[in-house]
Design a protein around this ligand. Structure first.
Ligand code: AMP
Ligand code: ZN
Length: 120
């Protein structure tokens, strides 16, 4: 686990090497719009610390507080976008069966349409 990874897509976005639509930021996080939105609001809450997935992330020092910060950022955006009353979905895809395509932990925030269960 490293602070930043040279060829990681989200680390490159965090360093400003690749453009993104920024929806929020904090000392520990960056919140961007997903480039292929699956819902009217589809944001990604990305920790500034590189970790391959949720397992690697939670093995880090002070990870519980960091994860709580990620969730707080998602909830703040939900409130700002006024979808906290209609509802939303927070998703952490992990590994190949979990549908993870970018190897840097992130939380999806999806909202603005009804979503079925189980997801496809
Ligand atoms: P996951 O499949 O859970 O790893 O989620 C990765 C997400 O990153 C997908 O929803 C992609 O659409 C999104 N994504 C990929 N490239 C970019 C990018 N350059 N800017 C914003 N989102 C991206
Ligand atoms: Zn990274």
């Amino acid at each position: 686990m490293t602070a930043s990874s040279a060829d990681c897509l989200f680390c490159r976005i965090l360093r400003g090497e690749i453009p993104a639509t920024v929806l929020g930021r904090s000392d520990r996080t960056l919140v961007i719009a997903d480039i292929t939105p699956q819902a009217p609001l589809h944001a990604l809450v990305i920790p500034r610390r590189h970790a391959e997935d949720i397992g690697a992330f939670m093995a880090g020092k002070d990870a519980e507080a960091e994860f709580a910060d990620l969730v707080a950022q998602a909830l703040a955006l939900a409130k700002e976008k006024q979808i906290d009353r209609t509802g939303y979905r927070l998703v952490v895809n992990t590994g190949s069966d979990g549908g993870q395509t970018v190897g840097h932990l992130h939380i999806h925030l999806l909202a603005g349409r009804p979503m079925g269960w189980p997801p496809g």
